[in-house]
Write a protein that binds this ligand. Sequence first.
Ligand code: ATP
Length: 364
Amino acid sequence: MSTVQLNNLNKKYSDVEALKQFSLEIQSGELFTLLGPSGCGKTTLLRTIAGFNRQDSGTINIDGIGIDNLPAFRRDIGMVFQDYAIFPHMSVEDNIAFGLRNRNVSRQEIKSRVADALETVQLSGLEKRMPNELSGGQQQRVGLARALVIQPKILLMDEPLSNLDAKLRIELREDIRKIQKKLGTTTIYVTHDQEEALVISDRLCIMRSGQMVQVGTPWEIYKKPADHFVASFVGNMNFFPWPFAGLDFHDLKVPTVIEDLPAKTNVGNESEKLIVGIRPEDVLISNSTAKLKSQVIHLKGTIKNISFSGREAQIHVKLIDGNQLVAHITRPGERLLDEIGKTVQLELPHKSIMFFNNKSGLRR
Ligand code: ATP
């Protein structure tokens, strides 16, 4: 089990700064994910760690020892690619054994390690198949076995599930997590799929424009986003300006006592423009005549649209001031689907509300 330290990495491609003063420490045995929008520098960072790219400045250590001068094949790193990158003319067995043959491992040991790797990725019995006789998911399992069989210090995975269909992605991401936990190989995983990142990771780093925005556990990232960007990139969130301008205040019970709102003593301060955020699953819908509750902001609106996807539904509500808000309902009842056009009351519990500075985007 190994640690990885990235110290002030910079990488520029002509005029694009792909990595800017990027520093990070990844713990031993951790499944650590780099998550961010397209072009934020995830692949550049992964390839720099692997040794396929060279950083302009900064250093990379594994277990405290610099690897910057080692070529890729001497870094003791396994890599799994988005497009599997397995050899089409070699059987499953030969693909997996390839890295070991290059390392002068004895024939007997190769045989036993390949058999172990096949079992780990649940491909035992398919060793003689050629890649074109495998499904996409099975091909990626070969890619994973090939990376693991060399018993690398670090495993790097670059969007390994992107080419698979939705059901297979869910199945394989669970297997990857199980295998990683069983073997304890420190793993850096790249994805732009936020749900995948939350499910699979011990910790994750949210990246933007070559920089780190926030590092934390899935819970911390989702529940305590550092800023407006993280809050909107990971999961869904409704945003409004605060105070709610242009609303009919008869229909809105604004918290008049600032202390009503948890740990936000300056909310409503004239000098600071804020944005309010609330997750769709925290917005409750009640009958428009329901009794008002304390510690809750009440808003009225009209249901404009309902997207029903079986076990859940997204209710799109237009508020009196024109703002739109989405409420997420789990296990919706059949009657709800007929409620388009109805006026409803929305309940936004104070404890679920987040505040962001309008200019800096930082959460307060
Ligand atoms: P994606 O999710 O789309 O794969 P990413 O987060 O992995 O994106 P990178 O591929 O690392 O992002 O790219 C970071 C930035 O560097 C982008 O602006 C990209 O256009 C640029 N870039 C990457 N590789 C090169 C290159 N070889 N030459 C020039 N610019 C590059």
